[in-house]
Structure formats: structure tokens, C-alpha cells
Design a protein around this ligand. Structure first.
Ligand SMILES: Nc1ncnc2c1ncn2[C@@H]1O[C@H](COP(=O)(O)OP(=O)(O)OP(=O)(O)O)[C@@H](O)[C@H]1O
Ligand SMILES: [Mg+2]
Length: 142
């Protein structure tokens, strides 16, 4: 599916809409250049999941695990940002493999290219965001 958004809010809303169709065990990868809108999309996911905390780019702590409200079928949401990663071993060391594909967890991975050998063992939903101009983005989901 291809979507064009003209504001950050539209990308956020697309994230929200996408979250409604996710199940535990799902892994989303988000690629696209710096400032493309990967985190904006993920903030939309988080709101749909009922996460009240502000979702920020976890660049500095790499991985952030959120617990969903008890009313949700999905129990945990893991946000990973691999931009600063030097090797896939770093995410193995912090326990990513416990979460990737876990039945009650949804994972969203920014800069998945950095951990390609790890990720390729899993079935993923791939989201690619390109900057068309100013506030316009092309979002391809497959
Ligand atoms: N249509 C749009 N969709 C998403 N973001 C947009 C759009 N138009 C403008 N923006 C702006 O682009 C920026 C996207 O930032 P965001 O942190 O989501 O990027 P990112 O892809 O996560 O980058 P990084 O690789 O640095 O983590 C925000 O400042 C947002 O307001
Ligand atoms: Mg980001």
C-alpha cells in the first residue's frame, strides 16, 4: 500500500490506523532517511496502543519497552532505533531476541538495515518513508 501524507499529523494518524490491525508477535521495520517521519509514525502506533508516556526517539538508549494497558490483547510495545548501532551484537546484548516475535509483543524497528542479519530470520511488515518535499512524505507498506 502506498500513502502520501502532507503533514506530520497525517503520518501520525496512519501509524494509529496501522496499529489497529497489528497482533502480538508482529515486527514492523521503518526505513527512510533522517527526519523522514519514522518516529512520528511510531508515536501514532503508541497512542493506539494506549501508551500514555511520550514516545521519543530511543537513539540514546537504543531500545524502549512500553507496557500496554491491561485491557489490550498486546502486552508490550518495543521501540528500537538502530541508527547509532555499530554491530548487531549490541542489541543481542541488551536482550532484543527475547522480544522480537514474542507472542504478546509488537516491535517497531527504526534503521533495520543496521541489524539486517538478525531481522531477516523473522517475517516483518516493511514500512519505507521517503521525503518528497517539505512536509510531503511517501509511505510504502508491505
Ligand atoms: N508528512 C510528514 N510526515 C512525518 N513527519 C513530517 C511530515 N512533514 C513534516 N514532518 C516533520 O519531519 C520530522 C520527522 O521526524 P522523525 O523524528 O519522525 O523522523 P525519523 O524518521 O524518526 O528520523 P530519525 O532517523 O532521525 O530517527 C518531524 O519534525 C515532523 O514534524
Ligand atoms: Mg526516529
Amino acid at each position: 500500500m502506498i500513502s502520501i501524507t502532507n503533514t506530520a499529523k497525517q503520518t501520525f494518524n496512519l501509524g494509529k490506523k496501522t496499529a489497529a490491525s497489528l497482533c502480538g508477535g508482529d515486527i514492523l521495520t521503518l526505513s527512510g532517511e533522517l527526519g523522514a517521519g519514522k518516529t512520528v509514525f511510531i508515536k501514532g502506533l503508541a497512542v493506539c496502543f494506549g501508551i500514555k508516556q511520550t514516545v521519543r526517539s530511543p537513539s540514546f538508549n537504543l531500545m524502549k519497552i512500553y507496557n500496554l494497558p491491561k485491557t489490550k490483547k498486546i502486552k508490550h510495545f518495543v521501540h528500537l532505533d538502530c541508527y547509532r548501532l555499530k554491530s548487531a551484537q549490541e542489541v543481542i546484548d541488551i536482550g532484543l531476541l527475547e522480544h522480537l516475535g514474542a507472542p504478546n509483543t509488537v516491535c517497531a524497528v527504526e534503521w533495520p538495515e543496521k541489524i539486517a542479519p538478525l531481522i531477516k530470520k523473522f517475517k516483518t511488515q516493511k514500512i519505507k518513508i521517503s521525503i518528497l518535499k517539505n512536509n510531503q512524505r511517501k509511505i510504502v507498506m508491505k
